[in-house]
Design a protein around this ligand. Structure first.
Ligand code: ARG
Length: 456
């Protein structure tokens, strides 16, 4: 008979047990469940609700149970539903009546909320560490490849030359925001739910502040009904992880394009690519492709979670048991991704010549010409129009923008001077952009220093 079996005359149907169990996946919470139960029983004893001696025995036995689970010497069965009941039941098996006191002033509704918060708190910390590793790998690459120029794109069309380091640091900015978002999510998550009971608190004189402090939470939840019904912290985490994956997917796309024969900008290390079972010549950027693919999976986890919560009346509903698999899946996916992505970035070698050749079309400097005209006092819209006419003239005469004489240039740009004929080197073009945030080498090198310091 189940631990809750008092009012039941029959055992659950076997398939019902399989349908309703969660232990197959929530067993990963066991250490947190044990940690919570130890503090909970110590608190019960300190409030005179259970004897001190019982709390001590419970703590010792919980440690023993933890070791048994660690070593695989513990049987999980669908009949005992979830990890909480497995541990409580093992405790009762070992301690009898004394074990039967652990669930005093507690419900699985606040207990599961506690366990997941404790677990995710740790996971978020590791994920943030991983994101910092990824940022470091990108900053190192930006440093190593400093000075290399490639075309920056808009609409996937050549736009203006930029430093490769500037391009890499754009992703560092994104990942920094991701880490910040997760830090923020962790702050809100760090609240003690235990004591909310099933939904209305307890009649017993518990001390929630004691538990809060011992478990390292920042504050005690204020509303027991909100507490047992709340899964915002999981939605927020999945939202944060989805945005992170969106960024990973974007850098993956860049990496995939750059490694293609058409671009030929980079090559990844052999250990981070795979071959084709049929075409012997192939070396594919599979990690980036799979990362791009896994992004869809994490979005799926977020949507599953949001859909799960939508429309649930207060307070706890068993639907909420379905919260764990999407969250675990997203956490596992992101952690795996963070294991392979930073070392993959570290193996990236760059074809400087291909990048520069691709950025050397003088048309990429058309904006520089228009801005030179602005310096001479021409209103920008007119300048834009003149340079547009100049580009058209060059196309019609089948010549590059830098292969004209001054007289020819002056046909469409009457204000042009000798100086205008020398505006077409990509190196000079990036050097002309030293305002804050732009791709100028001084600015970018300052950014590299900024991130190095911040991430050290
Ligand atoms: N396994 C359940 C869950 O994950 C624990 C809470 C169950 N509460 C209950 N009243 N049946 O949500």
């Amino acid at each position: 008979m189940a631990l809750w079996g008092g009012r039941f005359a029959e055992d659950a149907n076997k398939d019902v047990a399989l349908f309703t169990e969660s232990v197959s996946y929530d067993k990963r919470l066991y250490k947190y469940d044990i940690k919570g139960s130890k503090v909970h029983s110590a608190m019960l004893a300190s409030c005179g609700i259970i004897p001190e001696s019982t709390a001590k025995k419970i703590a010792v036995e919980l440690d023993r149970i933890e070791k048994r689970i660690d070593s695989g010497d513990f049987t999980f069965t669908a009949e005992l539903e979830d990890i909480h009941m497995h541990i409580e039941s093992a405790l009762i098996d070992a301690l009898g009546d004394e074990g039967a006191r652990v669930h005093t002033a507690r419900s699985r509704n606040d207990q599961v909320n506690l366990d997941v918060r404790l677990y995710l708190r740790d996971e978020i910390t590791s994920i943030i560490d991983g994101i910092n590793d990824l940022m470091r790998a990108l900053v190192d690459a930006a440093d190593r490849h400093f000075g290399i120029i490639l075309p920056g794109f808009t609409h996937l069309q050549h736009a203006q030359p930029v430093l490769f380091s500037h391009h890499l640091l754009a992703y560092v900015e994104m990942f920094a925001r991701d880490a910040e978002r997760l830090t923020d999510c962790r702050k809100r998550m760090n609240m003690l739910p235990l004591g909310a009971g099933a939904l209305a608190g307890t009649t017993l004189p518990v001390n929630r502040e004691y538990v809060c402090e011992k478990l390292g939470f920042d504050y005690v939840s204020r509303n027991s009904m909100d507490t047992v019904a709340d899964r915002d912290f999981m939605c927020e985490l999945l939202g944060g992880l989805s945005i992170f994956c969106m960024h990973v997917s974007r850098i993956s796309e860049d990496i995939i394009l750059w490694s293609s024969q058409e671009f030929g900008f980079i090559e990844l290390g052999d250990a981070f690519c795979t071959g084709s079972s049929l075409m012997p010549q192939k070396k594919n950027p599979d990690i980036a492709e799979i990362a791009r693919g896994k992004t869809g999976r994490v979005y799926g986890d977020l949507v599953a979670m949001l859909t799960l919560c939508k429309g649930l009346p207060l307070t706890y509903n068993r639907d909420l048991q379905e919260d764990k698999e999407p969250v675990f899946d997203a956490v596992d996916t992101v952690r795996m991704l963070l294991k392979v992505f930073p070392p993959m970035i570290a193996t990236m070698s760059v074809n400087r010549d291909n990048m520069l050749a691709s950025a050397s079309d003088p048309a990429l400097m058309a904006t520089d010409v228009a801005e030179k005209l602005v310096e001479l006092g021409v209103p920008f819209r007119h300048a834009h129009h003149r340079v547009g006419a100049f580009v058209k003239w060059c196309r019609e005469h089948n010549c590059e923008l830098n292969a004209v004489t001054l007289e020819e240039m002056q046909e469409t740009i009457p204000e042009a001077t000798e100086e205008f004929l020398n505006l077409f080197s990509p190196e000079d073009s990036v050097k002309r952009r030293e305002i804050t945030g732009a791709t100028g080498p001084k600015n970018v090198s300052m950014q590299i220093d900024f991130w190095k310091k911040k991430l050290s």
